[in-house]
Write a protein that binds this ligand. Sequence first.
Ligand SMILES: N[C@@H](CCC(=O)N[C@@H](CS)C(=O)NCC(=O)O)C(=O)O
Length: 200
Amino acid sequence: MKLYSNPASPFARKCRVIAHELGLKLDVVDIAARDDEGFRAINPLKKIPALVLDDGSALFDSPVICEYLNEFGGGKFFPGKTVWQQNSGRWKALGLQALGDGIMDAAVACRYEITQPEARRNPDHVARYMATVKAGVAALERMSFAEPPTIGEITVGCALGYLDFRYADLGWRDSHLKLAAWYAKFSQHPSMLATAPPSP
Ligand SMILES: N[C@@H](CCC(=O)N[C@@H](CS)C(=O)NCC(=O)O)C(=O)O
């Protein structure tokens, strides 16, 4: 299986963490999707991650790829069908994944905005993205996290890792002590250490 990825992408990192946890060997191809129109032949949305299976078909969107890898590798990162429970089970895991993905969406979009030439940068967009990032992190502070982790905890870990990577000055730990204590431990999982983004 070939994973189109990039060491800086928090979405691709989710897939790499699951693969590492399950001992799945992926052929990882690093690309800069933003500048690669040809990549639309694999993912028409031109986003990484994309997973190309041995029969040539492609999966995209990190929740889909992660769930596929989880099933392929016999993992337990996606809890089975359960009735709604606020603090555990399938809907908690998927809800946490959605929150982490939403933080990453805003943080990545903001990064694209602030790396534009100055004349094209829109401060209103930057403010709106950062408001979403901050509200998302504040919501995480009020949540509980499972051990062993689900896809929810993995996504949140990748989102916080991305904030440290691209927004080192954000200082999210200062006002989110519970979240910071959880992340200090979570980020030491071998799969998180093995997939950490490069130094900025
Ligand atoms: N919802 C997608 C988001 C993926 C995404 O935004 N990837 C970024 C890199 S971190 C990308 O490929 N951007 C290229 C572009 O937007 O042109 C997922 O979960 O996989």
